[in-house]
Design a protein around this ligand. Sequence first.
Ligand SMILES: [Zn+2]
Length: 178
Amino acid sequence: MAGRIPREFVDELMSRVDIVDVIDERVQLKKQGKEYSACCPFHDEKTPSFTVSPTKQFYHCFGCGAHGTALGFLMEYEHMGFVEAVEDLASRVGMPVPREQGSVARREDGPDLGNIYDVLERSAGFYRKQLREHAQAPRAVEYLKQRGLSGNIAAEFGIGFAPPGWDNLSSVFGSGKE
Ligand SMILES: [Zn+2]
């Protein structure tokens, strides 16, 4: 798994990218005093209430409240994911995107992703185990075979079986082990 993009890199990137260039390529901006304006690309309007500030490096729409940085604009307007938007901006200014190595560590300014991956991995392990061991697993296996999925394919793609019930995972996490 690729590591997390360091926060410092994103900060550095944002200081090198000009939001005016990024948006002007997609929405034609008109200079008005210190700012730029256009008809908002996020809502339907006849008179421009979408503004871009080169000093603050923000866009803001007084009509619909859309607001953000160059990164946010790409995510909203181009429907890019965070990583994709970072890579897009980085390639504009010729900065290679670094990835943090090793396990994803907890950071003060972000969620503990290492823990989330661990939780997902343990959940997936639980469901894979159910496909092998649960009393109703033969029905699920039968169904998979019917769909043309062999045991090897199921193993390769980590396919599991969610048995009836709503609190199965609590047996994994409630006791702290599978
Ligand atoms: Zn708007």
